[in-house]
Design a protein around this ligand. Structure first.
Ligand SMILES: [Zn+2]
Length: 74
């Protein structure tokens, strides 16, 4: 289990990034919303989509999970 946060400000592409608590790019306490504990970024993303329509996984802290998912598809 990791603890995930949603950036409350959109990035340059207009999407709200999901970070885990350990991430170097984690926004300050004022600029993030706590999502909760999840097994991976994909599950956190599902939860985040309830409140924001445009969300994405942070390439720094969630990239490894993301690649694993892509591999499973191909
Ligand atoms: Zn991150």
């Amino acid at each position: 289990m990791k603890f995930f946060y949603l950036n409350s400000k959109p990035n340059s592409e207009g999407k709200f990034e999901i970070h885990d608590r350990e991430c170097d790019s984690l926004p300050s306490a004022l600029d993030r919303d706590y999502l909760g504990p999840f097994n991976n970024g994909k599950e956190a993303m599902r939860k985040a989509e309830d409140s924001k329509s445009e969300v994405c996984l942070c390439p720094t802290c969630c990239a490894s999970n993301f690649q694993a998912i892509i591999k499973n598809i191909s």
